[in-house]
Design a protein around this ligand. Structure first.
Ligand code: CP
Length: 318
């Protein structure tokens, strides 16, 4: 209970409740908010580098009054070969009531949750999922498109979201492609052959492939650009010059094909490759709003995880 391992764990009611909780927590006076999880213990376990997710989860837990501790691969006994299971059990023995895990290994949050019995929040696992990112992306889309209605399978009816770039390696693309169609959005996946599967088989009927970026842009109210993940490209041949000419979000292309679309990027972005500075910093960009929404969404997730842990007697509520 309280874990978030995959975005598919959440019903639409859960999504609505997390969005409402994020609104409520963001609006609450800081002094009252800090009483919510006063002195409760939240551990961040990061086996992979992160700027946005790590900082925003930490700020979120602290804003709720929790004590946080960070274990990162480079400065811990993980370097000496300690396993995920033993690291998790150690954190539990030190009083952790919830573990936030980023890992290069797909599925590792499931193992950690099973071995520790603690609520685990998946902060990105390999090429699998990044569910908190999908939730903060959803909040950003709803704000930018002024969709203020009740969360339902029709809230994003008529909205097309293009996700463009390295779809194959992207946990952000996967979590968004699982979540957005459930609210009625159509998702177009766009990118070159080695970075995007031949078909969208196995995905929602509302997910399809459009390899022509300009055509995808013309249909879209929202465009999510993805980073080329050079660290995961091993064995795949991608001509970056050709990639840039066909798939870069630059001012000329956006003005011609999507002059009103909201442009998003989960970060980190490589300016001059998948996106230019003019677009990233321009009026259509929702990128900073995404980062800010990370704190509100993650406050809701930490509260849900630690609060529920106390209710069910798991964790060590004090
Ligand atoms: N969006 C995202 O996961 O960024 P970080 O890798 O900086 O956390």
């Amino acid at each position: 209970p309280g874990s978030l391992l995959s975005i598919s764990d959440l019903s639409l009611e859960d999504v609505a409740s997390i969005l409402e909780s994020a609104d409520e927590l963001e609006a609450e006076p800081a002094i009252r908010r800090a009483e919510r999880l006063f002195k409760r213990r939240v551990s961040l376990l990061f086996y992979e580098s992160s700027t946005r997710t790590r900082t925003s989860f930490e700020l979120a837990a602290k804003a709720l009054g929790a004590d946080t501790s960070l274990v990162s691969a480079q400065s811990s006994s993980i370097e000496k070969g300690e396993s995920l299971k033993d690291t998790g059990i150690t954190l539990r023995a030190l009083g952790a009531e919830c573990i936030i895990l980023r890992s290069p290994f797909s599925g590792s949050p499931y193992l950690l949750a099973q071995e520790t019995g603690l609520p685990v929040l998946n902060a990105g696992d390999g090429m699998h999922e990044h569910p908190s990112q999908a939730l903060l992306d959803l909040r950003t889309i709803l704000q930018r498109l002024e969709k203020n209605g009740k969360v339902s399978d029709k809230l994003l009816d008529g909205v097309t979201v293009t996700i463009c770039g390295d779809i194959f390696h992207s946990r952000v693309a996967r979590s968004n492609a699982l979540l957005l169609p459930r609210l009625g959005a159509r998702v177009l996946l766009c990118g070159p052959t080695p970075l995007l599967p031949e078909t969208a088989a196995g995905m929602s009927h509302n997910v399809s492939i459009e390899r022509d970026f300009d055509k995808a842009l013309e249909q879209s109210q929202v465009v999510m650009m993805l980073r080329i993940q050079k660290e995961r490209l091993a064995g795949l041949s991608v001509d970056l010059e050709q990639y840039t000419s066909r798939y870069q979000a630059n001012a000329e292309r956006i003005a011609a094909h999507a002059p009103k679309a909201v442009i998003m990027h989960p970060g980190p972005m490589i300016r001059g490759l998948e996106i230019t500075s003019e677009v990233a910093d321009g009026p259509q960009s929702g990128i900073e709003q995404q980062v800010k929404n990370g704190v509100a969404i993650r406050m809701a997730l930490v509260l849900r995880a630690v609060g529920e842990a106390a209710k069910t007697g798991k964790g060590k509520g004090r």
